[in-house]
Write a protein that binds this ligand. Structure first.
Ligand code: SF4
Length: 178
């Protein structure tokens, strides 16, 4: 087998790897901040912690421009249709971080009116524990998500074939997506 010597500054890789690498460092977060965890989310974007260092500072408030949903705070049943609609309006590929005990489990609000974990209704990629989590924890979650994207994601979305990504999520209400 012939061995070809590559000139300087030439790298050979798979297209899947290259696209996943680009995606992981250009995340556009969609903040869904409903309570106190949202303050820590804001702090993560401010100068002291500076989420821009990780390529994820472009917060947008339009779901069609975002690919990373960050749910920070408790979600009540009345807000759940809004969360689901925003999630549906985000384009693929998209990811979700559940920030804090309330978003992940309902936290101390063990009551009928609070969603006992958003992963019952939308798929979650990374959970951040704490009440509230520190900005450093959210940044660690972002770094973990970047590693996950680089390891799994493919141009044709083969990662969505995995059984773990196919868990059926319940829909509270059927809304046609505009
Ligand atoms: S986890 Fe704690 S800080 Fe976050 S929304 Fe719930 S009560 Fe507030």
């Amino acid at each position: 087998m012939a061995i070809v010597e590559l000139p300087d500054n030439v790298v050979i890789t798979k297209l899947d790897r290259l696209v996943a690498w680009c995606r992981s460092y250009s995340l556009w977060p969609m903040p869904f901040a409903t309570a106190c965890c949202g303050i820590e989310l804001m702090a993560t974007g401010a100068s002291r912690h500076d989420i821009a260092r990780f390529g994820a500072e472009v917060f947008r408030f339009s779901p069609r421009q975002c690919d990373l949903m960050i749910v920070a705070g408790r979600v009540v049943m009345k807000m759940l249709p809004v969360l689901q609609r925003l999630w549906q309006q985000m384009h693929e590929p998209k990811w979700c971080i559940s920030m804090g005990a309330c978003a992940s489990t309902g936290g101390v609000f063990d009551t009928y009116s609070v969603v006992q974990g958003i992963d019952r209704f939308i798929p979650v990629d990374i959970y951040v524990p704490g009440c509230p989590p520190r900005p450093e924890q959210l940044i660690q979650a972002l770094v973990d998500l970047q590693a996950k994207i680089q390891a799994e994601d493919t141009v044709r979305g083969r990662e969505f074939d995995a059984p773990s990504r196919q868990c059926p999520k319940r829909a509270l209400q059927e809304h046609p997506v505009d």
